[in-house]
Each structure stands twice: as structure tokens, then as C-alpha cells.
Design a protein around this ligand. Structure first.
Ligand code: PLP
Length: 386
């Protein structure tokens, strides 16, 4: 979260005074409906559903795709554990694929990891860097599997002019506190596919969807027992204001990133990007020749983060998955399901990725930095590089 202030306070106050906090209501504000409409328009997509988190949106999308026990879903070696846990939450198995020198999922390795059980791949636009969507969509088409874009860290980014989250069959955003626009918590499911939308909508609000308003009018999908990941009008009111701030935040983030990179370019290289224009990255990512060089830099500049060492963002630190603890009750644990029998999650599955991740260092940037602050950042980084 970068910018928040009086506009959000006023929007929340209006909802409180209206006393209409439930998302389906007869009042004038209709914050949830309006947010979803504004998000659809911004992204140029048919359906957008606000929900409680990015995790909820991933799970709703996978459910909407009909994925479950006996299915495999390919996820990158470098992503937050939530991506893989969402796969387990629907009863399927997460198969990890290498990242390439862009630090994003390697389309060539996706193809190597496809089996007769593979139903989908989740490219994750980590740190706002776009994945190689052309290559990923081509592999998915060839093997008839679905693509779910995890754009939880990439709200507002694009790839070759198309918004991240709208290129695959479905996409997920997170609006948690650490994302570029935020209501503290929140998420959204985006799709152009009616089946994913209808089943995802039912899943995220399975108790209320059939009872309040005419949310299932014209639906072909039948209700089923899902979950409750509904949000309230306060979240939507905050997100409506945040959405109006998105372009300004991204413009300033990109401007500051460009300035800092220009100052650093004589001293160090940067990660390869699949689309530098479309990035919405809150980081600049330095590229080193060796792991040792990256580690030595980080020692002198502790603010830097080596992506190989960011805990649950790397597959070899997904302890609950490595230990096959997929649920509290063993009978509910997808790793124990007959349909998933024989599935293994080897910790040495993607050593190439660990090596690549260890040769990079992320440095956080801020859209609100002044020229002086950018210069001071550059001086500090250059001193540590020498
Ligand atoms: C790549 C990625 N996917 C999914 C999530 C889950 O989002 P949330 O925290 O909103 O559930 C996150 C959260 O940080 C994330 O970074």
C-alpha cells in the first residue's frame, strides 16, 4: 500500500452513514457492484469478482475450472506458498517448474512437466514482472490445459499491451497490505469464461449467493457447497478509491525505477524482463555474475533481498507441502487421496531455479521518493557494489 488518505476516509464514512454494509443491498452506493464494474472496464474483461483475498481468488478460479483430486497444476519454483496451497485446497497436486533468467516460470520447463494429469498452469507475475505469456499460452494451447495468471503481486501491470490477469483463462489479484493498491486485505477473480465466473462466484459465496438478490439470474451452473469469501461494502469503497490512484502510483513507480536504473547502469546489470514497458514492479532487480557476488553485495547492503532467500516465496521452503500436510483431518488431506497416489514433491526438483534466484538482488523502490532520495539510494547501492 503506497497511498491512502482523506478520499478513502470519506468513502468509508459514506458507507457507514448509509448503514448498508452488506454487499447485496437496496441502497444508492452499491460500492461492490461499482468496484467490480470499474475494475472490468480498467482491465477490459467480462467478469471481475471482489473477494477476501488473493488466495480466495486463486481457489475460486481453480474451482471454476473444475480442477480437483487426480489433477496436477504446474506452479513456478519462485512464488509465494499461497499459489501452491490454493492448488492443494482444491484437492489437486502442485508440480513445480523452473524459472528462467527473467525469474518467472520457464515455458520450456512447463512443457517438460506436463503429464496426462496436468489440467492447468499458474504463471505468477512475481514482483510485478510479467511472465512470458505468449510462450505460456502457446504451450497451454498445444496441451489443452488452462492458464490461471497469479497477478497477486502485479495489479495494473501488462504484457504486450494486455493487462496481466486477462491473458489466461482466469487471473487473480491480491489487495492485501503489501500490494500496490490495498484495502488491508482483499482480492479479485478475473475471467472472460462464463463457466469459471459462475462456478467461481458460487464457490466464493456459496451460502449467500442463492439467497440475496438475483446474483444467479441467467446462470447455467448449479449451486454447490463451497466457501464464504465475501467482502463488505467498506472494502469495496476503499478499493474504488485505490483503483483511481493506480495509474498515478504506477507512473511514479516506473519513473523512479527508471531514474534509479539509469544511475546504476554503469555499475551493474539488471534482470531480463519479458516486457519492461508493462512492468509494475515495486523493486529493481540487480543481476550478478555469481551467487557469491550477490551475497557479498547483500552483506554490505542489507536492505537488498536475494530472491533465493525469501522464505515461503521459494518452493524449497514450502514446509507444509513438502511434508504433505494438506489438511487438519487426514481424511481431508489431498496428499492422502487415492486419486493423488504416487505424487511426490522433491525438494531438489528445481535446483537450477535456486541457482538463478541466488544471483539476483531485489531493492524496493517507492513512487513517492524525491530526486534527492533516489540519488541517495543510488549512492548507497554503488558504494556497496564497489
Ligand atoms: C504471488 C502471490 N500469490 C498469492 C498471494 C495470496 O494473496 P493474499 O494474501 O491476498 O491471499 C500472494 C500474497 O502475497 C502472492 O504474493
Amino acid at each position: 500500500m503506497y497511498r491512502m488518505g482523506k478520499e478513502e476516509i470519506d468513502a468509508v464514512a459514506k458507507v457507514i452513514y448509509s448503514k448498508e454494509l452488506f454487499k447485496v443491498n437496496g441502497g444508492d452506493l452499491q460500492e461492490t457492484q461499482n468496484f467490480e464494474k470499474e475494475l472490468r472496464e480498467k482491465l477490459d474483461i467480462d467478469h471481475a469478482v471482489l473477494m477476501t483475498s488473493g488466495f480466495a481468488a486463486l481457489q475460486a478460479a481453480l474451482t471454476g475450472m473444475g480442477i480437483g483430486p487426480g489433477d496436477e497444476v504446474i506452479v513456478p519454483a519462485y512464488t509465494y506458498i499461497a499459489t501452491a496451497m490454493a492448488v492443494v485446497a482444491v484437492g489437486a497436486m502442485p508440480v513445480v517448474a523452473e524459472v528462467d533468467d527473467s525469474l518467472m516460470i520457464d515455458p520450456l520447463d512447463i512443457e517438460k512437466k506436463i503429464t496426462s494429469k496436468t489440467k492447468a498452469v499458474i504463471p505468477v507475475h512475481m514482483e510485478g514482472y510479467p511472465c512470458d505469456m505468449d510462450a505460456i499460452m502457446a504451450v497451454a494451447k498445444k496441451h489443452n490445459i488452462k492458464v490461471l495468471e497469479d497477478a497477486c503481486q502485479a495489479v495494473g501491470g501488462s504484457y504486450k499491451g494486455r493487462r496481466l490477469s486477462t491473458i489466461g483463462h482466469a487471473g487473480a489479484f491480491s489487495f492485501n497490505f503489501y500490494k500496490n493498491i490495498s484495502a488491508g486485505e482483499g482480492g479479485a477473480l478475473m475471467t472472460n469464461e462464463k463457466e469459471i465466473f459462475e462456478n467461481g462466484l458460487i464457490f466464493h459465496d456459496s451460502c449467500a449467493i442463492a439467497y440475496f438478490g438475483k446474483q444467479m439470474k441467467d446462470f447455467s451452473a448449479e449451486p454447490f457447497c463451497g466457501s464464504e469469501f465475501r467482502t463488505n461494502e467498506i472494502t469495496a469503497a476503499i478499493m474504488r478509491v485505490q483503483l483511481t490512484r493506480l495509474d498515478g502510483i504506477l507512473e511514479d513507480l516506473r519513473k523512479n525505477k527508471k531514474k534509479l536504473m539509469e544511475l546504476l547502469a554503469p555499475y551493474i546489470g539488471f534482470v531480463r524482463s519479458n516486457d519492461p514497458e508493462g512492468e509494475c514492479s515495486p523493486k529493481i532487480t540487480l543481476k550478478f555474475e555469481t551467487k557469491e557476488a550477490a551475497a557479498a553485495f547483500q552483506e554490505k547492503y542489507p536492505e537488498a533481498l536475494i530472491p533465493a532467500n525469501v522464505g515461503k516465496h521459494v518452493y524449497n521452503d514450502w514446509k507444509v507441502i513438502i511434508e504433505k500436510r494438506g489438511a487438519r483431518n487426514p481424511l481431508m488431506n489431498p496428499f492422502n487421496f487415492e486419486a493423488n497416489k504416487g505424487f511426490e514433491f522433491p525438494v531438489d526438483a528445481c535446483e537450477k531455479s535456486l541457482d538463478i534466484l541466488a544471483k539476483h538482488a531485489h531493492i524496493a523502490i517507492n513512487p513517492d521518493w524525491t530526486e534527492e532520495e533516489i540519488k541517495a539510494k543510488a549512492d548507497g547501492i554503488i558504494a556497496a557494489l564497489k
